[in-house]
Ligand binder design. Structure first.
Ligand code: BGC
Length: 767
């Protein structure tokens, strides 16, 4: 854990120069707008520790798979989010000395991310080797209004000298991914141009042939007065810059306002890309930095209006939740169903930047409750559009008859993950995708989604489960062999409870969907049957046989479902008895030792208890929680949030609070010692779930909202807002009351502390 980020309600602040943790701060203060984003790299040259990262949504490279021992069925490539052009770069030279903090004496340093307004500020005073002192201020944002553009205001004050200051704004496409498998660069230059005050480069990704045009346009001021200049133009392969020198007197400040543009061929014809990029850039440039920032701040105000959570009396917790909400809103805005939410978003390369089960399991609830319905629907449509590829993927593994296995990791629907114990075995992801359809419909009441989209996905997944289970004469039940549950710290296990339960549940739900469609959409159902060659009688009766005869490992003595058949053969030693020097075990222990241990990486059986909580009484949930929580190491960011929700449910408020802080401040405090790689964006949806479902007791059930709020003793009060079927509610809790306000024109049915209400439009309940 680290503790260098200053606690503040709205800002993430680093108030000292920590070059050793620079990569952590670069991750934490990343900026994005759904279409592009980047790490909080310095604008000027920096030869210290840094991970350069600028990313453009939807643009990826299929890097040829590299594995030690090839297994049939492995995909040929791992899709990677690409480190794109560095458009933020502004090199500064004072006299003949280049400004590089790694070579200077840093007299003061401050970097902060303003989450309320969505911008990054950095200021420092540095003494160059010659003794010249500069004061630098920079401010940067990626516009959420003009989402192709971003803007920087960067100024240098000559504190104790008079000299020539050279400013070199540039665009550099000659960049690499740190995670490249074969040390290759992924971009080829297509064209470039540079002129006085502006420049553009278009590059093409190798193999996938995406085009991206990145450009810049800037102006310069001295002490606020706009300068005319004639820059030297520099160009080389995949690089353009302008170089201009100004004589600066002691005490004077030179400022550059640089606007950048990124436009990919996903959003414009290749032949038109440069012209289009110029239109966007010129429009932004005409508005100028201040107007752009003003509009951007207003747009953030609107986002916060619907999604903010306020915690009174605990700045660390407040900062944590806002940080999670801010990063989610920066990463995915939901307008484009081709896009999804990578576990690192626009903050790093790890996990390929692609789509995982994380989206359905951890992010969907956040968007359902805080954003327009369309956005969640787009997340579902993303999978619908990939159904053919999921079928193709299952076929490659030997499944037939339209069975669909959605990929563990994907950019375009194809599987691109290649560790057999995950790629072939971590199939619970298929269940998460089916469950998301149910969750979306349960929340929105949009049953219309089933006929054109949802059913086809459910059918493909059900066909997969039907073929993936086998009848065991030994158990006299259906079993599922050779799987990996969410807990990746044991692989190739038999009868993972969570996977078996999801399989059984999917078949049940698909059977219900068939009944619903037959009754309500007979004509569409008939054509779906034909399209998918669906032998209803035969297939549904097979499903029923599996549903009724699914095997689940159970321990009669403890009265708990077991994570897998062999779980109790393990030596069960609570983590509390393991010294701190062993943690995190994935960095301290051999993989062999981990696999044989009882330690659980992330909620697994408890993930099922969370999903299917209505099937269990509180005592049963408590028994499971008390068995699994003490042996869970939470080394996946996706874990503490589920424990937060379940601990709240069973009334273990202290544990709920501990788990909440762990999920909310996971990156801010670098709990798992990996924030430098990028943020855990998808687990941030989990943080929101942990808060609202855990402390708020928030659920949508039977066409009503359920609320059972409680306040952790450490806080004075909190409030959160949720949307539900056109209504917009604000829930406020303090130690003496709960107030629920309907701040919309639509009435809402509620159950609060087990009592039913209908909250009229613009009405309030005080309890
Ligand atoms: C987790 C997976 C998750 C992936 C991406 C892994 O560490 O175990 O459940 O899908 O990270 O977030």
């Amino acid at each position: 854990m680290k503790d260098f980020i200053i606690h503040d309600n709205w800002k993430v602040i680093e108030d000292q120069y920590h070059p050793e943790w620079n990569e952590i701060s670069e991750s934490l203060m990343s900026l994005g707008n759904g279409r592009m984003g980047g790490r909080a790299n310095f604008e000027e040259k920096f030869s210290g520790k840094t991970l350069q990262g600028n990313y453009v949504a939807g643009v990826y490279y299929p890097d040829k798979t590299r594995v030690g021992w090839w297994k049939n069925g492995y995909p040929d490539y791992f899709a990677k989010v690409l480190n794109g052009a560095n458009w933020i770069g502004i090199d500064i030279t004072v006299g003949e000395e280049e400004l590089d903090l790694a070579e200077c004496e840093v007299l003061d340093f401050h970097r902060e991310l303003d989450m309320k307004e969505g911008h990054l500020v950095r200021r420092f005073t540095a003494k160059l080797p010659s003794g010249k002192i500069v004061e630098v201020k920079s401010q940067r944002f990626m516009s959420i209004v003009d989402s192709e553009t971003g803007a920087i205001r960067y100024s240098v004050k000559a504190v104790n000298f008079q000299d020539k200051v050279t400013i070199k704004p540039y665009v550099d496409f000659d960049v690499m991914n740190k995670d490249t498998n074969y040390d290759e660069k992924f971009w080829n230059e297509v064209e470039k141009e540079v002129s006085n005050g502006e420049g553009f480069i278009t590059a093409e990704t190798r193999k996938t042939l995406f085009h991206v045009t990145t450009g810049m346009k800037y102006q310069i001021f001295i002490d606020g007065e706009k300068q005319s200049f004639k820059a030297d133009l520099e160009e080389r392969v995949k690089y353009i810059s302008n170089i201009t020198s100004f004589d600066i007197k002691e005490g004077q400040t030179i400022t550059i306002e640089k606007i950048g543009v990124n436009l990919s061929s996903e959003y414009a014809e290749k032949s038109d890309l440069v012209d289009q990029a110029k239109v966007f850039l010129n429009k932004a440039f005409e508005k100028g930095f201040d107007q752009m920032l003003d509009e951007h701040k207003k747009a953030w105000e609107v986002k916060w209006e619907t999604s903010d959570i306020i915690i009174e009396g605990d700045a660390a917790a407040q900062q944590g939740i806002r940080f999670n909400i801010f990063q989610l809103n920066q990463t995915y805005t939901g307008e484009d169903p081709r896009l999804n939410i990578g576990p690192k978003g626009f903050t790093g390369e790890k996990y390929g930047g692609s789509t995982y089960w994380d989206t359905e399991a951890y992010c969907l609830p956040f968007y359902l409750a805080t954003a327009p319905e369309e956005i969640s629907k787009n997340l579902l449509l993303y999978r619908y559009k990939h159904l053919d590829r999921a079928i193709e993927n299952a076929k490659k593994l030997g499944f037939k008859n339209g069975a669909a296995l959605y990929p563990m990791v994907t950019m375009n629907g194809e599987e691109c993950h290649n560790e057999w114990e995950i790629t072939f075995e971590e199939i619970h992801r298929n269940g998460a995708i089916a469950f998301a359809i149910y969750e979306y419909i349960r929340y929105t009441n949009d049953f219309e989604y089933l006929a054109p989209y949802g059913f086809e996905v459910l059918l493909g997944i059900s066909r997969f489960w039907t073929q993936r289970v086998n009848w065991s004469n030994y158990q006299n039940k259906y079993v599922m062999l050779g799987v990996t549950g969410p807990n990746e710290y044991e692989n190739n296990v038999d009868n993972n409870y969570h996977t078996n339960r999801l399989a059984q549940w999917t078949l049940q739900y698909t059977r219900e969907a068939v009944a619903y469609l037959k009754e309500n959409h007979a004509a569409e159902y008939a054509s779906l049957k034909e399209k998918w060659n669906f032998n209803e009688e035969e297939e549904v009766s097979k499903w029923t046989h599996i549903i009724d005869n699914m095997y689940f490992p159970y321990d009669e003595t403890r009265q708990i479902f077991l994570q897998q058949d062999n779980f109790l053969n393990k030596e069960i030693i609570p983590t509390a008895e393991m010294g701190a020097e062993n943690r995190p075990i994935n960095q301290k222990w051999s993989w062999d030792r981990i696999l044989r241990s009882c330690y659980i990486k992330q909620a697994d059986t408890l993930q099922s208890l969370y999903l299917f909580e209505d099937d269990f009484d509180v005592e049963t949930i408590k028994r499971h929680f008390d068995f699994y929580e003490p042996i869970t190491v939470h080394e996946s960011s996706l874990s503490p949030c589920i424990h937060n929700i379940l601990a709240s449910k069973i009334g273990n408020q202290e544990k709920a609070y501990e788990m909440y802080l762990r999920t909310a401040r996971l990156d801010l405090d670098d709990y798992n010692n990996d924030t430098e790689d990028g943020l855990h964006i998808t687990s941030m949806g989990g943080t929101w779930m942990g808060f609202v479902m855990g402390f708020g007791g928030f659920r949508a059930r039977n066409n009503r909202l359920i609320l059972n709020p409680f306040l952790p003793k450490e806080w004075k009060g909190y409030s959160f807002k949720v949307n539900f079927r056109g209504a917009h509610l604000k829930v406020q809790t303090t130690h003496d009351h709960t107030i629920i306000e309907n701040i919309s024109d639509v009435a809402c049915d509620l159950t609060v502390f087990d009592k039913e209400y209908t909250l009229a439009a613009n009405d309030t309940i005080k309890l």
